[in-house]
Design a protein around this ligand. Structure first.
Ligand code: NAD
Length: 277
């Protein structure tokens, strides 16, 4: 396919653009993932807590795409943190997905107040060694949480999936990740499709390039080295979000987008997100 890959710190290639299915009910996820695969996406981002691993798995099963061409990510939910619980959780996810392995398995949130992420990471190292995941990583980890994993364990997370869009550019985590060979993956890359997409400066850039604002924002992610996983259930938008390889933002465009940062989160702060339900 036309989507470039980034090489993770263990040599595994990860598509730089993927498809996310948060908030998509199981049946609709089957349709949406089917549309995404048909459009040419090969990387799908789900999670146990999204309750659509089965629908995602059904779409993968009917698409008939060779397994080695797919890159499937799922995430361990907070209530399954801990060593033995994580080992059981990955098997349950694989069963729901109908897969023998995932390409990337992530700890969904660090939950620092609960303080089980280091023992969870020990299980992740075993999951990797056993071949149930081709790469392991984390999500919503601040640099301090990552540093603890690096201090206490042998395997450096391949990826940290964090909230990242033009209003939350995450320069400090991105620099930390770059220093430690960790790929930055952007969740809510389009700012959840809210008022970010009405930004007049982004509108001007979209006009300049003959693309949509969503395409300009996704192009920005790719050019600064992020993995991005936009979500849509609308086939035309699913295709639109993949059609970002025929133009390039110049240095002035990138500077314009750089100026939109307001450090505004749409989602939870990982430091205080300790929800077990
Ligand atoms: P997003 O930034 O991808 O925005 C999606 C929304 O934007 C859609 O629902 C739609 O309303 C709109 N949209 C999409 N394409 C558009 C287009 N071309 N034109 C106009 N509007 C468009 O938001 P998201 O779903 O929050 O994030 C993407 C993925 O990131 C999720 O599906 C999930 O896989 C992942 N995620 C992970 C975490 C985490 O904690 N790890 C948290 C949130 C999301």
């Amino acid at each position: 396919s036309s989507v470039p890959t980034l090489t993770l710190n263990n040599g595994v290639a990860m598509p730089q653009l993927g498809f996310g299915v948060w908030q998509v009910p199981d049946d609709e996820a089957e349709r949406a993932v089917g549309s995404a695969l048909e459009a040419g996406y090969r990387s799908i981002d789900t999670a146990t807590v999204y309750e659509n691993e089965r629908g995602t798995g059904r779409a993968l099963g009917t698409a008939g795409i060779p397994r080695e061409e797919l890159f499937i990510t799922t995430k361990l939910w907070n209530s399954d943190q801990g060593h033995d619980t994580a080992l059981a959780a990955v098997d349950a996810s694989l069963e729901r997905l109908g897969l023998d392995y995932v390409d990337l398995y992530l700890i969904h949130w660090p939950m620092p107040a609960v303080d089980t992420y280091t023992q969870t990471w020990k299980a992740f190292e075993k999951i990797l060694a056993d071949g149930r995941a081709r790469a392991i990583g984390v999500s919503n980890f601040h640099p301090a949480h990552l540093q603890r994993l690096l201090d206490e364990h042998g395997i450096v997370p391949a990826v940290n999936q964090i909230e990242l869009h033009p209003r939350l550019q995450q320069s400090i985590p991105r620099a930390y990740h770059a220093d430690h060979g960790i790929v930055t993956e952007a969740w809510s890359p389009l700012g959840q499709g809210k008022d970010l997409l009405d930004d007049p400066q982004l509108g001007t850039l979209a006009q300049k390039h003959g693309k949509t604002v969503a395409q300009v924002v996704l192009r920005w992610h790719l050019q600064i080295g992020n993995v991005a996983i936009p979500k849509s259930v609308t086939p035309s938008r699913i295709r639109e979000n993949l059609d970002v390889f025929d133009f390039e933002l110049d240095a002035a465009d990138l500077a314009t987008i750089g100026g939109l940062n307001t450090d505004t989160r749409l989602g939870a702060d990982p430091e205080t997100m300790n929800f077990l339900g």
